[in-house]
Design a protein around this ligand. Structure first.
Ligand SMILES: [Zn+2]
Ligand SMILES: [Zn+2]
Length: 252
């Protein structure tokens, strides 16, 4: 198994030392995860210690390390995105939508955006950004594709059409979707994407990675007891892997 979206530096919680990286590898080894992809948020790019990463990659037993980055997709910030996604020799790039009109939708301490916007319109704007991120061609992986549900603030109208349109764009783009169990630790208590959206992806042949979005060693592989049965039940039999921007697969 793989865990391809996680944070060691996280939100400046710890430095990227060999020891700290190996602490994540140790949990991965205990939980039967064969490949770990470190994908710091782009705003902590300067905290990524390539030498420490490479030393940890040499020392890690049983668990292979990969290096990616999680780019915050913001239309109009192409220069910053270009810079961050070419700054280091990544194995793959995750593009994630966290914002609508430049404002974060997943900030637990400030959820006022959900009061200022009509929820349906906010979802429309969010999924328009998701489609733009996928179709931008900048990313190998689309992070947590339905993050907007995080606080259980749902539109009062059906959004199936919106999701279908988004799944169409994602399939057309050829991007890989992140099946991310961090949602289980949030108010929504559900994996990103929902089963309904994941089924839309499966029907369109959209490939997946699996991740925990761990921000601490103990969170590596967390929630896989839910995400593994989910993806298998939907029909998935393999996950995508990356090395030096080349795609491979591992059986589920
Ligand atoms: Zn994210
Ligand atoms: Zn993340």
């Amino acid at each position: 198994m793989i865990d391809y979206h996680l944070h060691v530096v996280a939100h400046d919680d710890r430095p990227m030392t060999v020891e700290n990286i190996l602490a994540y590898c140790e949990v991965a080894r205990e939980r039967g995860i064969l490949q770990l992809g470190i994908t710091e948020h782009d705003r902590y790019l300067d905290e990524i210690d390539l030498a420490a990463y490479r030393e940890a990659r040499e020392k890690s037993q049983d668990v292979e390390l990969r290096l990616g980055i999680e780019i915050d997709f913001v239309p109009g910030k192409e220069e910053r995105m270009d810079h961050d996604s070419t700054a280091l020799p990544y194995d793959y790039i995750i593009g994630s939508v966290h914002r609508v009109d430049g404002e974060e939708v997943d900030r637990a301490t400030d959820q006022t955006i959900y009061e200022r916007w009509d929820t349906y319109d906010l979802y429309e704007a969010y999924y328009a950004n998701v489609r733009a991120a996928a179709l931008s061609g900048r990313f190998e992986v689309l992070g947590h594709p339905d993050l907007i549900k995080i606080f259980r603030r749902f539109p009062d109208r059906d959004i199936t059409g919106m999701l279908e349109e988004t799944a169409d764009a994602i399939a057309e783009s050829g991007i890989v979707v992140d099946v991310n169990s961090a949602g289980l630790r949030k108010p929504i208590r559900e994996i990103y994407p929902s089963r309904k959206l994941l089924e839309m992806f499966y029907r369109r042949g959209v490939p997946i990675i699996l991740s925990s979005d761990a921000h601490a060693p103990g969170e590596v592989g967390m929630g896989y007891e839910n995400s593994l049965p989910l993806v298998r039940d939907v029909g998935y039999r393999e996950v995508v892997t990356f090395k030096d921007r080349e795609r491979g697969t591992l059986p589920l």
